[in-house]
Design a binder for this molecule. Sequence first.
Ligand code: ADP
Length: 272
Amino acid sequence: MGNTSTDPVVKRCLARHDVDLDDHDPRETFGWEKDAARGAFEDEIAIVSDLQKRLFAEERTALLVVLQAMDAGGKDGTIRSVLTGVNPAGVDVNSFGVPSDEERKHDYLWRVHAHAPERGLIGIFNRSHYEDVLVVRVKGLVPQKVWKKRYSHIRDFERMLGDEGTHIVKIFLNVSSAEQRERLQDRVDDPDERWKFRLGDLDDRALWEDYMKAFRDAMRETTTDDAPWYVVPADRKWVRNLVVAKILHHHLEAIDPRYPPAEEGLEGVVVP
Ligand code: ADP
């Protein structure tokens, strides 16, 4: 399903099994102009919103969108922009931070499985089970022999979700190191944004190359036809938003949700 988009930009962003981040420019614009892109974005959102109504009414399948990025990569902004105009009752957003004491008592998929979207909903994972092969790998929180096995667990887990009616799309917001530096600096400098900044963000930034390797390997190991990864250029927010909207459009269209048939005999009924 994931490989069938006729949109050339969606196709270009699709991660292949040998994905190389050097082939994906975070500043890519696909030849778009900012003003025209705004109109295109609004058109895409209208389509996504219409398809979401059908998904919700049909209650047959769910769409799970996994969002991963470095700090300040734009996960929150993407959710805010792309889901504007979509009925909030049909969207289920979950964020996954450092596991709680309760979560640590279980396997790493336990907490995410509990939040997999119910049929009819678009579920958004703001961070996800991928942290368990990203931060956990880079910071050495478990031994290599433990995290290495997780790629195959994740493939199996996602296949099971797919078989049971959850379509999965995974998006890596590809922000450059230079852009991240600017955004983090802006957070420090702006009193209204400072709450978002943690000194620990600098530790992660210092490990940039290790994170890029971990992202690359996670995508290589787990991109499948039914649960594909996309690498979205994320330095320019207007490009990022339009690309993500196009990806959602493509996947919702592939699900092809339809309104349930109306009850027999409603033709001509007059409500008293
Ligand atoms: P965000 O940065 O997404 O806005 P937070 O500031 O709460 O949200 O950061 C969440 C933090 O939790 C990140 O540093 C992330 O690496 C960390 N985290 C998420 N999942 C795990 C995990 N399974 N193990 C360890 N750390 C994790």
